[in-house]
Design a protein around this ligand. Sequence first.
Ligand code: PLP
Length: 445
Amino acid sequence: MTRSHPTIDRSADLMERAAQVTPGGVNSPVRAFRAVGGTPRFIREAKGPWLTDVDGNRYVDLIASWGPMILGHAHPDVMAAVQDAATRGFSFGTPSENEVALAAEIVSRVDPVEQVRLVSSGTEATMSAVRLARGFTGRSTVVKFAGCYHGHVDALLAHAGSGVATFALPDSAGVPASAAGETIVLPYNDVDALEAAFAEHGDEIACLITEASPGNMGVVPPAPGFTEAMRRVTAEHGALLVSDEVMTGFRCSRSGWYGLEGPYDGGAPDLFTFGKVMGGGFPAAAFGGRADIMGHLAPLGPVYQAGTLSGNPIATAAGLATLQGCTSEVYTRLEEVSRTIAEAASSALDVQGVPHVVQWAGSMFSIFFVSEGSRGAETGVVRNYDDARAQDLPAFAAFFHSMLESGVHLPPSAFESWFVGASHDDAAVEVVLDALPDAARAASE
Ligand code: PLP
């Protein structure tokens, strides 16, 4: 059966105009479709699980704005909260009530978090958490894992090579060697490398920052005991453990990844970072943790951190309404929808003989198009960035474009989680299931 190709003339036009006035035509690189080729769809509006582009094509959305839209787009309760807040002004630059309510909501959900400071992006949250860890410990070295993304913070924009402890080289032009040079990059899920790095540099290390369950190399959860090992090793050396829950926070469970895996033997992480879901689609993020550490922040302590739009009244209203809408039924629905989609995708790929591995963190999942003969393909587990990189990227690109033509918008990269929302109803799921056999066939060709 031949399919008619949806018209995308207006998106193509916009991309051409965009490229004249914005580098690469986009305001965040992954949107440009460089990993999969083709023309990004310019979205005109979004409602529930649906995106509608400027040419009038509709797509089931499996990006969810890279995580925030957990209730679906333009959810009526969030819309009402935003409209109500907007009638009372957009930004005050003075304290306001919703900031207290949002902070209290986060503190009440994640047990080890005693205080939070609100910021406007996940990048700001991790940048500030690292500064606080450095200010608190009086040390400067930061440890991170290859394949973990913590926003575009200079010191954290480094993945370096695999193997043992590597002092990082900048991953981006414009990051001075001095900024990345105080970052040690380790392979994920490797206790030996962790212990070796701390044995050698332990007394210089301010913090280890990790995605609570990595989602930015695709979904690669911590192996059993790995989080406890991070806690043990950092505590032994007087370094802080920073759990980045920007992606997993309030999505994997009402208390994020910590709600699924914690509490840990040996204690909780010292600091957490949050973003995405807690802003409900608006710019709100946070970092928080033990009160004795948070007390080092200005105006109480010597670590400076601030923001004109921090705790913005519209963003906090959206975030609060979103978190309050995240009932247990919502999490049940996310699980149901994501299991149905992942199982169907896996079966369709099996039918076509396309090697793949499906991995989970709560309802977040990725399908790795593992290359034949790679460790992931041999063992059925993707443990770290090296495993994740051994993917058949052209197969993913073919799969992606087939899904898009059938009206399903996946993340345009093989290194991402697929995100569902509670508004994905049976009709939306049906569209995804119908699209999968053709996409699997395309991936096999
Ligand atoms: N940390 C994690 C785990 C993320 O996934 C992201 C963004 O994807 C960030 C930090 C940065 O957040 P933002 O894009 O809001 O700056």
